[in-house]
Design a protein around this ligand. Structure first.
Ligand code: GLA
Ligand code: ZN
Length: 675
């Protein structure tokens, strides 16, 4: 594949962050000094105007863009580009006062007061009009500015609104979805239950907390609608900025594992995926290494939203955050690991929140590139070192990460599992299970994408589908075809219970003929109390592994049993099976175990399709990017001691040194090797 850097103007990586010069307009000395600091750190782009609506339009219809013009001009004259935001992330007070329908309504039907951010009603016509007005003025003035690289639409869109306008739109959305046929909806949502049958669409309300939360189909459709409505509002913003200059790409900064929006749908409407990453490093519940590998998984999730294209690390903190329960400092070297991890996973940018610490208000103690005290400090030195490394690895820009294994993850499956009444209602741990599987493949040395069930499976040899609770017919057919053609598929407990409206499949789980693919039925599923344990004994060996949380009891048709339960009334029945189907194999793991305990199965799957994993010594994380015949290996020492990695040959781009067989990495060191 050929290299396509996201920003050809930059001749390499974008290095930047959120910058709020409008907070310092009465301090031109500081603004001038900031530019010198940015250049010193090799920062070549800043994100402006994310929360600037009240600076642009302090009173309704009174506009001030001159400060932005001046800031962008100055930056550009100094070689620093701009990502410009549309200002919908936070509304000015006059807007909410003059047009109260811009304020959201919560799930008890209570309208919010003015304040905070990320809280506009997506349906309010007044809001959309005022937003269109400010975006038009902004785009008219700046969309041909030579320093403009990209539009940043709003900020971290999310949440939901239960106002009368949103309710009305929900009903329209449902009429459209169910062909104006209320019987069709009643059937799909099984509304005869508890006398929930609707006689017309107008009777339907969103799932208010003090209303109907017991129709699973309705709850799910509300989530889908909220995604649709948010995207609809986002599209109205994109339309304005694109109408002035269609060549400027747009992005929207997404949040790690955010639950409220189906990001696969959202990603279709933007040019580049970007996300904000705030790991809880050095915490007291998992190892530093586990946190790091989990964030490689997160990068894979965002990379998977737009395949074969670099993404952007839009935000991370140069030191601590201010909003977590415990805002611990990043230890020396950790920022470098985090920044280059993003690049190794396919990002063409490293960006911070924030460039300069604000003097007052909510985020005055959030980490920043430029501290209240200035730049003579550890953080700025680390930021500058990363700037230097990024300039030396500029040729990586535009390359991508290739994976032959994929993990399936859908947002609606996640919502449905959370909402399902049964099993362990407190937490079914779908997300944790995904991370656990992904991390184990990563430890074994196999790169893995995270894709949705509607994505193409072409090019993958292994698919892991944990807890695929919602199973649509087309997905079942695609999976069957995948295995028939030689693919290795692994599914788990909770596969194929319901259809896309959350009606149970009849005739046994997994539904939609997947019981033929796996050669089994799931007859029952047992939920274990937290201290309960079962085990699985693998065929032909004494080795047993631990089982917790869930055990499905299987009825075997023609699958081969490779592991059996060790305890309880289903002792000796099948817990792990495989069925050869066509050219491939379909594995079924009926109980929850640690993914690490399934490593022999994963290794067998890799072997079956001839993937030779690139297994690293303990504590070493590895990623690889390639394009235009070039290959770059990213090696990260996540451990506390120096590590020697054998069989590495190439140029260490940061030092310029040739590596001839042995790469030595100090604690928390990173090497980018061009092979
Ligand atoms: C989010 C927001 C930023 C800032 C940071 C703080 O990611 O997008 O505006 O509030 O959090 O960590
Ligand atoms: Zn609303």
């Amino acid at each position: 594949m050929s290299k396509k850097p996201l920003f050809p103007q930059l001749n390499g990586m974008l290095y930047g962050g959120d910058y709020n010069p409008d907070q310092w307009l009465d301090r031109p000395d500081i603004l001038a000094q900031d530019i010198e600091y940015l250049k010193k750190a090799k920062i070549n782009c800043v994100s402006l105007g994310i929360f600037s609506w009240s600076s642009y339009e302090p009173r309704e219809n009174e506009y001030h863009f001159e400060w932005l013009q001046q800031v962008m001009d100055n930056l550009y004259a100094n070689g620093i580009y701009t990502i410009l935001a549309t200002p919908s992330g936070a509304k000015p007070a006059w807007l909410d006062k003059n047009y109260p329908d811009c304020l959201r309504v919560d799930n008890m039907g209570v309208r919010y007061h003015h304040g905070d951010r990320h809280n506009y009603c997506m349906s309010s016509q007044n809001f959309r009009n005022k937003l269109k007005n400010i975006n038009t003025l902004l785009a008219e003035k700046f969309s041909h500015h030579p320093g403009l690289l990209m539009w940043h639409i709003s900020n971290e869109m999310g949440g939901e609104c239960f106002c009368p306008e949103c309710q009305k739109k929900f009903i329209e959305y449902l009429c459209n979805k169910f062909d104006n046929d209320i019987d069709k909806l009643n059937k799909a949502w099984w509304t005869t239950f508890w006398s929930h049958k609707f006689s017309c669409f107008e009777e339907i309300e969103p799932p208010f907390a003090n209303g109907s939360i017991d129709i699973m189909g309705l709850n799910l459709e509300w989530k889908r609608f909220t995604t649709w409505n948010m995207i609809d509002c986002m599209k109205s913003e994109i339309e304005v900025v694109k109408s002035f200059n269609p060549d400027i790409p747009v992005t929207a900064n997404l949040m790690n594992m955010y639950n409220g929006l189906d990001y696969r749908e959202l990603a279709k409407e933007i040019d580049v995926v970007s996300w904000d990453s705030y790991p809880r490093f050095h915490n007291d519940w998992e190892s530093f290494e586990d946190t790091m590998r989990e964030f490689s998984y997160s990068h894979a999730v965002f990379r998977g939203l737009k395949k074969d294209k670099p993404f952007m690390l839009m935000e991370c903190s140069p030191s601590s955050t201010n909003w977590q329960a415990y805002n611990k400092l990043k230890r020396p070297g950790v920022l470098r690991l985090q920044a280059l991890q993003a690049v190794g996973c396919g990002s063409d940018t490293v960006q911070y929140f924030q460039i300069r610490k604000s003097r007052g208000s909510f985020e005055q103690f959030h980490g920043a590139v430029i501290d209240h005290a200035g730049i003579d400090n550890r953080i700025f030195r680390e930021v500058s070192e990363i700037g230097d490394i990024l300039s030396k690895i500029s040729s990586v820009a535009g390359t991508t990460v290739k994976a032959e294994a994929a993990l399936l993850f859908d947002w609606d499956n996640r919502w449905a599992i959370q909402d399902m009444q049964g099993l362990c209602n407190a937490d079914k741990k779908y997300e944790k299970t995904l991370v656990d599987f992904w991390r184990e493949f990563n430890r074994l040395g196999a790169e893995m994408d995270v894709i949705g069930t509607s994505d193409s499976f072409d090019g993958y040899k292994i698919i892991i589908a944990p807890m695929l609770y919602i199973l649509r017919r087309d997905v079942a057919e695609k999976l069957t075809q995948f295995v028939k053609n030689g693919g290795q598929l692994l599914a788990t407990y909770l596969t194929g219970y319901v259809d896309e409206n959350l009606l149970c499949h009849l005739g046994g789980f997994p539904g939609e003929n997947l019981s033929d693919l796996f050669g089994l039925y799931s007859e029952e599923i047992d939920t274990l109390f937290p201290s309960d344990r079962n085990g699985i004994q693998f065929r032909g060996c004494d080795n047993t592994i631990e089982v917790f949380d869930y055990c499905e009891i299987l009825k075997i048709k023609d699958a081969e049993i490779i592991g059996r339960y060790t305890d309880d009334f289903y002792k000796d029945t099948a817990a792990i099976t495989v069925k050869c189907f066509g050219e491939g194999s379909a594995y079924y793991v009926a109980a929850r175990t640690k993914a690490a305990d399934l490593a022999p199965i994963f290794e067998q799957m890799l072997k079956n399709v001839g993937i030779v994993p690139n297994k690293m010594p303990p504590h070493v994380l590895y990623h690889e990017r390639s394009g235009d015949g070039e290959r770059y290996g990213f090696y990260y020492n996540l451990g506390e001691n120096q590590i020697d990695i054998k069989n590495v040959k190439g140029i260490d781009l940061a030092s310029g040194k040739e590596i001839d067989g042995e790469l030595v990495l100090d604690k928390y060191a990173v090497a980018v090797v061009k092979f």
